[in-house]
Design a protein around this ligand. Structure first.
Ligand code: XMP
Length: 512
């Protein structure tokens, strides 16, 4: 096991993911409880994450002395490097200007982490995001790589097996970063690298059994991959103690309800309650235009429905959800770190404070593509595993402004045409997520000989590996004009179609 100590970075889970990719199990502990986690896990190596604080500031987070003095291999990233250096006797300086984004590293000296990877004298691309930097090395360290803004971009002490780097090896913009992390866990920590998703499945099943005992669990199914995988995993753990609840609040895509209900009832024989709650959702959404207010209302209403169903089946103490890591980090840093809230994803931050059920979230540390691997491991059909993500708040967050039945109907039709054309063009699997957005803006058009004054529809399609960053998908030349024409001809209420080219960041994938 590797212990990852979290100092509040937005990308700490990416470190865990890279460690999993190297075939090694890891756990993340917030710095406040790192010592307890260290004693419990007896790890073979430690990774210290980045974080938004400044080592130089009084009261900034520290690494427990027990870890520093353990004699175990340690790998510090960004804040983690500065912390290692400061706590072991070196000096860290506040920068006047930072380095943000792509940077180039000069490899100055050999180091175990570079085995089979980098040679002295080479230059390599890395990703930087820092204000402070190491100014004077702590005793025992030698510089092994430098960049323009960070003379000690990488420091090493092979004898103590302690390494620090200013850049972020866990993000894809450091192309060799995953290999540096793999070298650390395998070569430096000596771990075998034979951990697989099958072991994750087995371990989670034990964990779920231990958490719920003989109680009943309700699982909110959204129709997406995540909640489906969570439901299958939980069903494998506790059988018919699980009841799935599928809520139709009028904010689902075309055909969604039928597909989900038949997959679970007929294919898997998992008990499923199909709740028709269109009135409840549509009435409550009247007049709501603020994106966070929508998310909060929908989150709360889902919980109301789940609680009512829990009572109906004679008391369920647990609510299961397919929450993934990107949902968690963008709602609130669950480690208690000071990351910023981007959106309240409804199955996380949108939950009401008072809730009578405890949460079961077995996928909370995984990324989407890992959930897909787990889904295949659990035998979920390929068409389901490969489905594009669909957010819990559904079409409601794809209708900026007020959500009405009529707008949902317009959007559903346009979205179905868009996706039908994407499938027909054989592009579905090349795209992470594609959907239409109905804007509260009307523009003037001319159809036949008449003037029209109707909604604008935006089309969005992005590529991504984990939903944390994304790029607009480039369609072949004739695709968008064809879809645009079809939508305007076939969907009453839309007379103009535009395409969204924004990447994430600075945009987000959904519009709200
Ligand atoms: P954003 O829009 O934040 O979306 O870039 C990242 C990914 O998360 C999905 N998403 C959600 N999923 N509940 C979910 O289950 C939510 O509240 C939610 N909001 C966004 C989004 O579709 C994209 O795949």
């Amino acid at each position: 096991t590797i212990l990852i100590v979290d100092f509040g970075s937005q990308v700490t889970q990416l470190i865990a993911r890279r460690v999993r990719e190297a075939g090694v199990y890891s756990e993340i502990a917030p710095f406040q409880s790192a010592q307890a986690a260290f004693e419990r896990l007896k790890p073979k190596g430690i990774i210290l994450s980045g974080g938004p604080a400044s080592v130089v500031d009084e009261g900034s987070p520290r690494c427990p002395a027990a870890i520093l003095e353990s004699g175990l291999p340690i790998f510090g990233i960004c804040y983690g490097q500065q912390l290692l250096n400061a706590q072991l006797g070196g000096r860290v300086e506040k920068g006047n200007s930072g380095e943000f984004g792509e940077a180039f590293l000069e490899v100055d000296d050999a180091c175990t982490l570079f085995d089979g990877l980098w040679q002295v004298g080479e230059r390599h691309q890395v990703w930087m995001s820092h204000g402070d930097h190491v100014a004077e090395l702590a005793p025992g360290f030698r510089p092994v790589a430098s960049s323009r803004g960070a003379p000690f971009a990488m420091m090493a002490d092979d004898a103590r097996r302690i390494y620090g780097m200013q850049f972020h090896p866990e993000v894809v913009h450091t192309p060799d970063g995953a290999k540096l992390i793999a070298n650390f866990v395998r070569h430096v920590c000596g771990l075998a690298g034979d951990w697989t998703m099958a072991e994750f499945r087995a371990a989670k099943i034990e964990e779920i059994r231990a958490q719920v005992g003989t109680d009943k669990v309700i699982c909110g199914l959204s129709g997406g991959v995540d909640s489906s995988v969570a439901a299958l995993l939980i069903h494998e753990a506790i059988g018919d103690q699980l009841t799935c609840v599928f809520v139709d609040g009028g904010i689902l895509r075309a055909g969604e309800a039928e597909q989900v209900v038949s997959l679970f009832r007929e294919h898997y024989h998992i008990p499923l309650v199909h709740v028709e709650a269109q009135d409840l959702f549509m009435d409550g959404l009247k007049g709501v235009t603020d994106p966070e207010a929508k998310r909060k209302f929908i989150g709360k209403t889902f919980i109301d429905v789940f609680e009512a169903e829990a009572n109906r089946i004679g008391g369920a103490r647990f609510l299961a959800q397919g929450t993934l890591y990107p949902d968690v980090i963008e709602s609130v840093s669950f480690t208690g770190g000071p990351s910023v809230t981007i959106k309240s994803h409804h199955n996380v931050g949108g939950l009401p404070e008072r809730m009578n059920m405890a949460l079961v979230e077995p996928l909370r540390e995984l990324f989407k593509d890992e959930v897909r691997v787990l889904g295949r491991e659990l035998g979920l059909p390929d068409v389901f595993v490969g489905r594009h993500p669909f957010p819990g708040p559904g079409l409601a967050i794809r209708i900026p402004g007020e959500v009405t039945r009529e707008r949902c109907d317009i959007l559903r039709k346009a979205d179905a045409i868009y996706l039908e054309e994407i499938r027909a063009a054989g592009l579905y699997d090349a795209i992470w997520q594609a959907f239409a957005v109905l804007l509260p803006v009307r523009t003037v058009g001319v159809m036949g000989d008449a003037r029209t004054y109707d909604h604008v529809l935006a089309l969005r399609a992005v590529t991504s590996t984990d939903g944390m960053t994304a790029q607009a998908f480039q369609f072949p030349g004739d695709f968008l004009p064809r879809v645009s024409t079809r939508i305007i001809n076939e969907v009453k209420g839309v007379n103009r179609v535009v395409y969204d080219y924004t990447s994430k960041p600075p945009g987000t994938i959904e519009w709200e």
